[in-house]
Design a protein around this ligand. Structure first.
Ligand code: HEM
Length: 426
């Protein structure tokens, strides 16, 4: 690819073998200029090379998310998400019934606010200027990666010195500086009120960890802002875009939407509140629908890039240390051997003969697998279930009368097409 050799793995077996069976050999990240730029040259988790520092940062983040996730009752992650689901439904109702509109921004704001609740210990009002600005900057930053200029620079890094072509470079630096300014202000406020015995949120946990751990070069003050940034960059657009794809498929397949409505009505009845996680096991069709959304339009079709940690012989090929390895997750999700008629949206694929959700289907890797598997997977699954089921419980989604159905094939990858849909209170 451009000036670099890249290995591309297609098909479930090869991908699983590389990510799981050869996990020590392929768990690093490649040295790609733009990725280095947005990760402070590996000071974060997601784009850090595979080394001791990475392991320590990841161990901390997994344990912090688990600590926060285990809290029960008010202040629990579930309650944060349910509160956001309620606010989202209120916001959509306030915007009026039935007229065509694009609700993508509403979804992004909700998902961003869930991360804010976990990381900063508070949510922001939908009209809070600083918060809206933060979500816009993150969106702008991440969308740079879909632009031609970025892709060119990834392939030909010397282009970052060419004026005009290097606009993505400039925009990324500007956006990162703004995000860091926002995060630093929150970190300062947390430091002033920190109680090591009672960490309130992710920032408190990270500050406490740094004060109490033996000082190592692996995990230092410098990493804080980059690790927090990861929670937003890795967790925001992925979740919001999955929801956007989900709502688009509900509009394109009204008969599937009806089945989800029927299941939600039969289990939740006339209760006006948003569902809880306890309802999940009683809503297999809804759960299977979410899984099918993540199968048919996974938001990271080529996964995050991996790289060989050492010289490795894989399936008879010699792969030198550092070489980029792309795992085509799309190919696993579209393989007719595992998914008959793979282009058809059919949630029943994820149900067994008793109507129960199949727990770990083969060739299904929306969060990847192995050492670098998404560390927000559990959080993302909670968000997808609670937000999707709340939206479908309260609203019917339709295309405006006389408007041709948009194609779900027009784009592949992170962002679904922009669709104006009629959102009507049920
Ligand atoms: C629907 C939502 C999500 C999807 C589909 C998704 C998917 C992925 C994928 C495919 C990877 C790359 C794995 C690899 O390199 O093999 C990844 C990594 C990661 N994700 Fe997620 N993700 C989602 C939500 C989240 C959330 C909510 C968070 C945290 C708040 C998060 C945090 C991360 C981090 C930190 C990594 C890097 C892991 C590492 O390199 O060790 N993700 N995710």
């Amino acid at each position: 690819m451009g000036m670099e050799d890249v290995v591309v793995l297609n098909g479930y077996r090869a991908i699983k073998e590389a990510l799981v069976d050869y996990k020590d050999a392929f768990s690093s990240r490649p040295s790609v200029y733009l990725l280095n730029l947005v990760s402070g040259f590996g000071k974060d988790i997601a784009l850090s090379k595979f080394n001791q520092a990475y392991l320590e940062k990841r161990r901390f983040a997994v344990s912090a998310l688990k600590t926060l996730g285990m809290r029960m009752g008010p202040g629990s992650v579930e309650e944060h998400i349910r509160e956001e689901a309620r606010q989202l439904c209120i916001k959509l109702s306030e915007q009026g019934d039935g007229h065509p509109r694009d609700i993508a921004d509403n979804l992004t704001v909700s998902v961003a606010n869930i991360i804010c609740s976990m990381v900063f210990g508070k949510r922001y009002g939908y009209d809070d200027e600083k918060f809206v600005e933060l979500t816009k900057i993150i969106h702008k930053l991440l969308s740079q990666f879909e632009h031609g200029s970025s892709q060119l620079m990834t392939v030909f890094p010397f282009l970052r010195f060419v004026p005009g072509v290097n606009s993505a470079n400039r925009i990324l630096v500007e956006c990162i500086n703004k995000v860091h300014e926002f995060l630093r202000q929150e970190i300062i406020k947390h430091r002033e009120t920190l109680d090591n015995e009672n960490p309130r949120d992710f920032i408190d946990l990270i500050l406490t960890e740094l004060q109490t751990q033996e000082q190592t070069d692996c995990f230092t003050e410098e990493n804080i802002v980059w690790i927090i940034q990861n929670m937003f960059f890795a967790g925001m657009e992925t979740t919001a875009n999955t929801l956007r794809w989900g709502l688009l498929y509900m509009v394109l397949c009204p008969e599937e939407q009806q089945k989800v409505h029927a299941e939600l009505d039969s289990v939740l009845g006339t209760d006006h509140d948003v569902p809880t996680l306890a309802h999940r096991s009683q809503l297999p069709y809804t759960e299977a629908t979410i899984m099918e959304i993540q199968r048919i339009r996974l938001v990271a079709p080529l996964n995050a890039p991996h790289a060989a940690t050492e010289d490795t012989t894989f399936r008879g090929y010699d792969i030198p240390a550092g070489m980029q390895v792309l795992t085509n997750l799309w190919s696993a999700h579209m393989d007719p051997e595992y998914w008959p008629d793979p282009e058809t949206f059919d949630p029943r694929r994820f149900l067994d003969s008793d109507g129960k959700v199949v727990s770990r289907p083969d060739s299904y890797l929306p969060f990847s697998a192995g050492r670098r598997v998404c560390l927000g997977e559990q959080l993302a699954k909670m968000e997808l279930f609670l937000l999707f089921s709340s939206l479908l419980k309260h609203f019917t989604l339709k295309l405006p009368e006389g408007v041709a159905a948009p194609s779900a094939d027009d784009c592949m990858g992170l962002s679904p097409p922009t669709v104006n849909m009629c959102v009507t209170r049920r």
